[in-house]
Design a protein around this ligand. Structure first.
Ligand code: PDD
Length: 280
């Protein structure tokens, strides 16, 4: 693979970042994941807007122009021959040359890293036909989940908990209500109404979420933005998650209880089709 590091395109085994990089020592950085279908990026502009917001919330200087980010994404997709896949982008506060809790001077140059992941057949994931099983875990993350930081240890632990329990993902719960999946936004469908948690500091403001809610409304589906419990989800007709990498993924079982018929429901199926259709 060819990867991008601070303005250079290099073979992945030649790319280097300092051991003093704040991203490495402090998880002091933010990221974005943009999916690519048939060589075309989905919602690039939305991801760029969120990247800039994440940087600004953490007072990290935005090192590149919008045009530079776009050009680098396109360059990596082309150089790596990505048809279906992802582009990962990470910006950290950079390398102050030593370890210190205080931020380094504002003129410290941020570190920018980008790489691609090939995912042939991304839109035809077999899991979308059977749906995911999830288990609930307590949400032990920090309080600013709207900032897309690289501090992913807890979601990673939750994913391992899910795997250990023989399922696909975990839904995190805080004060009795579902916040989101380990790396996706969570939804239920009851009597034709799509329910998903409202935007706040408690969840990531998913770019796929915004697109899917827009498509749902355009298709005259009812949407309610509010938090829900695991019990409510288990009694729903359908459940699903959304993210740049999973698109719309049906959820058919929660903590061992089948959701609705226990198979992929019509709303999740339809929204997945619309999302892929509109993104192509
Ligand atoms: N994750 N919630 C969390 C906690 C996430 O990590 C993500 C994305 C989402 C969905 O956001 P979007 O629709 O903008 O992808 C929600 C990415 C895909 C990842 O970490 O790989």
């Amino acid at each position: 693979r060819t990867v991008y590091v601070n303005g250079e395109y290099l073979p992945e085994d030649q790319a280097q970042v300092s051991i003093f990089d704040r991203g490495f020592l402090m998880a002091d950085g933010v990221y974005e994941v943009v999916s690519v279908l048939d060589g075309k990026m989905i919602d690039f502009d939305g991801h760029l807007v969120r990247l800039k917001r994440s940087l600004s919330e953490l007072s990290i200087t935005n090192p590149l122009s919008d045009e530079d980010y776009l050009a680098a994404h396109r360059e990596l997709v082309a150089r790596n021959g990505i048809g279906d896949g992802l582009v990962y982008l990470q910006v950290t506060r950079g390398n102050p040359g030593d370890r210190d809790f205080a931020y380094p001077p504002a003129d410290t140059v941020p570190t920018v890293v980008m790489f691609t992941q090939a995912k042939p057949g991304l839109a035809d994931a077999p899991a979308a036909r059977t749906g995911w099983k999830v288990v609930s875990v307590e949400d032990l993350r920090w309080g600013r989940r709207d900032i897309k930081t690289v501090q992913l240890l807890y979601p990673s632990m939750a994913k391992m908990e899910a795997k250990a329990r023989g399922v696909d993902d975990a839904w995190m719960v805080e004060d009795g209500k579902v916040t989101e999946g380990t790396s996706n936004n969570a939804y239920i469908v009851k009597d034709g109404t799509i329910v998903t948690r409202e935007l706040s500091h408690d969840i990531l403001h998913g770019i796929t979420r915004a697109a899917v809610l827009r498509f749902a409304q355009e298709a005259q589906m009812k949407v309610e933005e509010r938090a829900f419990t695991i019990a409510e989800a288990q009694e729903a007709d359908e459940a699903f998650v959304t993210s740049a990498s999973a698109f719309v993924m049906p959820v058919v079982e929660i903590d061992g209880a089948a959701v609705g018929s226990g198979t992929v429901g019509p709303v999740a199926k339809r929204l997945r089709e619309i999302y892929i259709e509109e993104s192509r």
